[in-house]
Design a protein. Structure first.
Length: 230
């Protein structure tokens, strides 16, 4: 059903369907992370292109778009930015492959590989808060935005209740809970974030069109396997 939750007009563009059928309830961004016991802040990569440096050969880990929509979004965002040649070059650094967007972060936290070439920021933030030797880098070129949408089904048995619940989930109070308990970003302009976490408005967000992502999903997986071998 088409429905505009109260206050949604104040949310940024990446959180709103232009036709009004779904909206971003929460979000994360893809980031670079490194193990602070293995890499100094001075030596750590600062940009996505820094990961192409041969000094990182055999030291990187990435998640796979064949298993993770978060990583499919990441790949498409960087293809828009740099073209497919970026991933062709990245693969030359003998990157370790994992599955979900959380996997590279646990690999880095354990010390198995010192640098993650991608991964969901909220998972990295949770690991860091629990004391893992992990640091987060928000690359200067921008961070791929991954929004988790919500919608009301056309055949919802109680559409009015669904509308009320949708309004409830987009209130500042509930949006703040997601930021506080999960380390997630939200589109609500009044949500406050911890002082050790950048505000979403301070980040350069790389948003992708969900329709384009769906249309190019098979291409993304095929090209990734072509470059990385699996």
């Amino acid at each position: 059903l088409r429905y505009l939750p109260q206050g949604i007009d104040k949310f940024p563009a990446g959180f709103k369907d232009k036709d009004g059928y779904y909206f971003g309830l929460r979000a994360t961004v893809n980031v670079i992370t490194y193990n602070t016991r293995a890499v100094t802040a001075a030596d750590a990569p600062k940009t996505w292109k820094d990961l192409l440096d041969p000094k990182w050969k055999g030291k990187l880990v990435t998640a796979h778009p064949g298993y993770s929509g978060v990583i499919s979004t990441h790949v498409l965002a960087l293809v828009h930015l740099f073209g497919w040649d970026y991933f062709k070059q990245l693969a030359q650094n003998k990157v370790m492959l994992t599955q979900s967007a959380a996997d590279p972060l646990t690999v880095v936290a354990s010390g198995e590989r010192p640098v993650a070439a991608n991964g969901g920021e909220y998972s990295a933030y949770q690991l860091k808060k629990k004391g893992s030797p992990i640091e987060i880098v928000y690359p200067k070129e921008g961070v791929p935005l991954v929004v988790s949408p919500t919608a009301i089904m056309a055949a919802a048995p109680h559409p009015n209740a669904a509308r009320l619940f949708t309004d409830f989930t987009f209130t500042r109070e509930i949006q703040q809970v997601m930021a506080d308990s999960e380390g997630l970003y939200t589109g609500h302009p009044e949500v406050k974030y911890p002082t050790d976490k950048p505000k979403m408005t301070d980040l350069k967000l790389l948003a992708v069109d969900p329709e384009e992502l769906e249309k190019r999903n098979e291409e993304i997986k095929k090209r990734f396997v072509e470059f990385f071998g699996a």
